[in-house]
Design a protein around this ligand. Sequence first.
Ligand SMILES: Cc1cc2nc3c(=O)[nH]c(=O)nc-3n(C[C@H](O)[C@H](O)[C@H](O)COP(=O)(O)OP(=O)(O)OC[C@H]3O[C@@H](n4cnc5c(N)ncnc54)[C@H](O)[C@@H]3O)c2cc1C
Length: 474
Amino acid sequence: MHMRNIILGGGPAGLSAAYHLQDEYLLLEKAERIGGLCKSVEDNGFIFDYAGHILFTNEAYVKDTLYPMLLGDNIHWQHREAWIYSKDVHTRYPFQAATYGLPAEVIKECVLGAVSARYENGGGAVSNFHEFIYRNWGTGIAKHFMIPYNQKLWAVPLEEMSHEWLNGRVPTPDLAEILDGALRPQPKPMGPNALFGYPLRGGFEALVTGWKRHLDLSRVQVNVSVDAIDPLRKTARLSTGATLGYDNLIVTAPLPVIVELLTTAPAEVRAAAQGLRSVSVRCVNIGIDRSQMTEKHWIYYPEDTVFHRIFVQSNASALCAPPGCSSFTAEITYSAHKPLPCDDSALIELVIKDARRVGMLQPDDRILAASQIDLPFAYVVPDVHKEKNVATIRSWLTGQDIHLAGRFAEWAYYNSDHAMLAGKRVADTIRQTRQRPAKVSVPPSGRRAATNAAITTSFATPSPLLAHAKPGES
Ligand SMILES: Cc1cc2nc3c(=O)[nH]c(=O)nc-3n(C[C@H](O)[C@H](O)[C@H](O)COP(=O)(O)OP(=O)(O)OC[C@H]3O[C@@H](n4cnc5c(N)ncnc54)[C@H](O)[C@@H]3O)c2cc1C
């Protein structure tokens, strides 16, 4: 069997690609349902996401077209309550602009460090994330938050990470704002996502289930994985045993996985794929019998708790917990360099113990739900070799009609909005190529021209499988 377009993966990037292609496609998802990392699970009446997810975007097309189309009125907006817990107190996020409330010695170190960084640091280019932290925020902020938190989160030496990924993601307050945040409480959230959205019903997964209303579901197959890709023959072997031919293959699986699937990948491409680093996240989900456990949405923990962040799921939407209850997800990064300290019920016990230690749980809270979700690929590590490794793989793929889209396929720090745009971008490119008129003059290579014309003709043939819904027809 031959398909014009095969889409590998039914996360936000794959679903968006399917919608925007306006052509025949087959979407194959290896999990039991679509959604990728944007899924949610139910446990004893509590809904938990695959790690804390919120809706936030700077992209007009996502905000004004996709969110309304996918969620309708099932979205509500809140002012972010993001906090940091250290030295036994909560301070507002971002740490660097809200040290008020910390012990006086800590505030002094943070402010003096920031002043020295501003006036005493030499010029010159910053070559890694570690240097970036000291250069921008100084020794106090580095010591009390930036270094311990980021080491805990990324699980790699910060000297090996680049700093370009920070652009627009982490607030960089100036000296006046740092001083202001040391002298008085910070009432207003600042930085990106100060106002965020979340589906009222259904957890974050409501965003991806929204696609079901706009796709031809007969073209979407779950529980089917692509197990091998032959770029020369342009075929994909499926877990069902079938082999499908394709004109275009859109892949949204993690880049190292894709390279493994490519039967013809040369040694340098395989080496580049092996050089890509990522961290995994284990989510420990807890539901309790107390309402409104906190007014906060999420809290960062730079110190010695097993988790680096707690996402208060029942504050994202009260409908994620039964009446009179609350819930949270504790997120724990791990990697080959930073294994989980324990697993299974022992890990849940450890999270409960640490959550009691930091005041998130009270001794008499009754635990009504306790489960785990594992995210083997969670964060792409933006190390200093990342760009070169990705470029090596991309350059080999060029011209092979294999299109990368999404957070892990493009190996980029994408949120779901970027992933949806990535799917659209690839679909637009394929559509534009399809719409290019066939050449009529005989070019130098007669063989190539014949191939081009054949492809153009095959794209132009109407297919009984053409999508029903088109962008804009929602
Ligand atoms: C801890 C954490 C917090 C996050 N917070 C937010 C947030 O607050 N807001 C936000 O918008 N985004 C957030 N994100 C990012 C968001 O989850 C991703 O950007 C988004 O899911 C990426 O979509 P994708 O389609 O590129 O990849 P994925 O969601 O990973 O989808 C890829 C799909 O491909 C499938 N697949 C893989 N291999 C194969 C194969 N061989 N055959 C068939 N199918 C295959 C997978 O099963 C998966 O369903 C967060 C991510 C993490 C890890």
